[in-house]
Design a protein around this ligand. Structure first.
Ligand code: NCD
Length: 335
């Protein structure tokens, strides 16, 4: 384990090795990731009931703190918290005090003064949720909902849940992630989760301008074209061109990108016949994916959205009980 992994592990787990913050996949081992998936499996049934609620977070206050825009992630975190019976506060940061010059630390102190138990944080700066986890009052759980290009661990785990549902295992699986890897926090978290869970091979496919330098060190192989990259592939994950994070011209044109890397029916045929097609959303039809594929029989894009609720319920309930257990341990030490 590297020192970064060790410190990510120490920050995220309590003294008994239970999750208390969820910031990154780094430093988490296969049993813990499997526990998240198994816990999520048990919550899927709750989403199918007429009354979609369990009392695990009753009386707890969850604050959705989104400094960057989001549709799927924010709404599925909100639904997950509500299905766990928590009280949920959604903070629209564009209209909050931060835009009046208040610092992030001061905003947080005020929210803590309202006796919040959990912050779900999305921020354009890589490392913001880690910073908050290091400074927050003991007992408050921090969940990363995407920070800069660094990590998006709940997205990676809902993708793992979807893969496990469709393929039943990770051993022997070959997975390709296609497109704008450079700006993708999703890809970084997915590569890490796939390797930890035992996938046979992870590939990234894209133009060199959209691949991070030293990308192999993340734990993947590089392909620059779709025919070789998709050969023998079981799972294809398409990514959006994240223009909001691009500096300068990294691409000749969207049309050119679509011609070479856009997933259409013809290119899909390079992969295994039973390959599944995934995308974290938002999808751009005709830019990275053709409608016939996005809406086709091999697409599991909407299953990913549904699974997002169960995964977020799992992570929130696990982190809250990890915090509670830690507080019990701390009280014993004080006594
Ligand atoms: C992703 C994100 O925000 O990182 N979307 C998401 O969470 N569903 C990917 C993207 O924005 O393209």
């Amino acid at each position: 384990m590297t020192t970064t992994d060790a410190s990510a592990r120490a920050l995220q787990l309590n003294a008994e090795g239970q999750l208390r913050h969820f910031l990154t996949i780094d430093g988490l081992d296969r049993p813990l990731l499997t526990q998240i998936l198994d816990t999520a499996d048990s919550f899927i049934e709750v989403g199918e009931r007429r009354i979609k609620k369990v009392p695990l977070l009753r009386g707890r206050t969850v604050v959705n703190l989104f400094f960057e825009s989001s549709t799927r992630t924010r709404s599925t975190f909100e639904l997950a918290a509500k299905r766990l019976s928590a009280d949920v506060l959604n903070l629209d940061i564009s209209t909050s005090a931060t835009s009046k010059g208040e610092s992030l630390s001061d905003t947080l102190l005020n929210l803590e003064a309202m006796a919040s138990d959990m912050f779900v944080v999305r921020h354009s700066r890589s490392g913001a949720p880690h910073f908050i986890a290091q400074s927050v009052t003991p007992g408050v759980a921090i969940i990363n909902a995407g920070d800069g290009r660094h990590a998006h661990p709940t997205q990676a785990m809902l993708d793992m849940l979807t893969i496990r549902q469709k393929k039943e295992r990770f051993e022997g699986l070959k997975v390709a992630i296609v497109g704008d890897i450079l700006h993708s926090r999703v890809a970084r978290s997915q590569i890490r989760a796939l390797n930890t869970l035992g996938a046979e091979e992870v590939r990234v496919i894209g133009p060199s301008t959209l691949l991070p330098r030293d990308v192999e060190s993340l734990g993947c192989r590089v392909h620059y074209d779709m025919p070789s990259g998709l050969k023998d592939i079981d799972v294809i994950i398409m990514l959006r061109l994240q223009r909001e994070r691009m500096e300068g011209a990294l691409l000749p044109s969207e049309r050119e990108f679509y011609k070479v890397y856009g997933l259409n029916t013809d290119k899909l045929a390079y992969a295994k016949p039973d390959a599944i097609v995934m995308h974290p959303g938002p999808i751009n039809r005709g830019v990275e994916i053709e409608s016939a594929v996005a809406d086709g029989p091999q697409s599991v894009i909407l299953n990913q959205v549904t699974n997002g609720i169960a995964i977020r319920m799992a992570v929130m309930s696990m982190a809250m009980s990890g915090q509670r257990a830690q507080q019990g341990l701390d009280a014993e030490v004080r006594a």
